[in-house]
Design a protein around this ligand. Structure first.
Ligand SMILES: C[S@@+](CC[C@H](N)C(=O)[O-])C[C@H]1O[C@@H](n2cnc3c(N)ncnc32)[C@H](O)[C@@H]1O
Length: 292
């Protein structure tokens, strides 16, 4: 078992939704059930139960407008699995910093990594109070591995790095995982600075794995539906989403060696071999880069 999550300051629970997951009455967490949150909508799209009525209503609306959104969520998680298996296996990585972890689901980063290398150390970071509430499910490492959970905001990378240093040794390679999170920071300059700051803190031989929303993949109808869903999200949700171009997303890998097959649709990154054609593309880029 890893160390206990870093708890946030005490706040009053705002849980009022009768259709909510059961939360302890003394919950110190401020959970806003009046607007959709990405961790909870994602959880619903992946078939989970840790979400609220407002999240399910939003996700169901999106699924109607843009059915591919379910494939996007599943494909993102499948990329996580393939990337972490590669990192813990062939690349020999033993430390993972997974920022924007999301609610625990099947095959969380530490489970995938520790199946390959039981000594893997994984630090999870998210700023959603519901993820914190469920963090115990992420702290199930058995020795010799370690997991920890940090309640922090991506926009404060220094805070993340200093808290993560309690668990990770930043003189040794670290895989920085930014899956489905960078599009929640709207300002491109700011988000690039964050990624650069994180990469500056890790040594040669470290990796960056990311997935990101885009309108650069898909036919016209797909793009239109994707735009419509994002507009609906941005009109209603707590934190807006910003899709980026292939060129912009490629820039997060500046200074890194981008591994084959490069920046591709999440379904096309080293897919499992099958006797059939390549899997259809979904509207999200992914990539894995190595710091030289
Ligand atoms: C769409 S989910 C992706 C979850 C997981 N990484 C995956 O790919 O399956 C986005 C996650 O990022 C978190 N997140 C969004 N903005 C964040 C921020 N500024 N700081 C920390 N976490 C953030 C959300 O709370 C949510 O859990």
């Amino acid at each position: 078992m890893g160390s206990h999550p870093h708890m946030p300051q005490q706040e009053t629970s705002l849980v009022t939704d009768h259709d909510s997951p059961r939360l302890p009455d003394e919950s110190p967490l401020k959970i806003d059930t009046t607007v959709p949150h990405s961790a909870r909508v994602w959880n619903h799209l992946l078939g989970g139960k840790d979400n609220y009525l407002v999240d399910r209503q939003a996700a169901d609306r999106y699924r109607e407008i843009f059915p591919q959104i379910v494939d996007i969520a599943r494909t993102d998680r499948a990329f996580l699995g393939r990337a972490v298996r590669y990192l813990a296996g062939e690349a020999g990585i033993r430390q993972f910093l997974d920022i924007g972890t999301g609610l625990p689901t099947m095959d969380n980063t530490h489970e995938v990594a520790q199946r390959v290398a039981p000594e893997s150390r994984v630090v999870y970071v998210d700023n959603d109070p519901l993820v914190l509430l469920h963090a115990h499910a992420l702290l199930t490492s058995t020795p010799p591995g370690v997991t920890d959970y940090i309640e922090a905001d991506l926009r404060e990378p220094d805070e993340i790095l200093s808290a993560a240093a309690k668990t990770l040794d930043f003189s040794k390679p670290v895989a920085i995982m930014l899956l489905g999170i960078l599009h929640f920071v709207s300002d491109f300059t700011e988000v690039r600075q964050i990624v650069t700051r994180l990469l500056d803190a890790v040594p040669s031989g470290s990796y960056l794995a990311l997935t990101h929303a885009t309108y650069d993949i898909g036919d016209q109808a797909t793009v239109q539906a994707n735009v419509e869903v994002h507009q609906d999200w941005n009109d209603n949700a707590a934190v807006p989403i910003t899709a980026r171009t292939r060129h912009e997303i490629r820039r997060f890998f500046d200074g890194l060696e981008l591994l084959e097959p490069g920046l591709v649709s999440m379904s096309r990154w080293r897919p499992e071999a099958t006797p059939w054609d390549e899997p259809p593309e979904v509207a999200g880029f992914c990539g894995l880069g190595r710091k030289p």
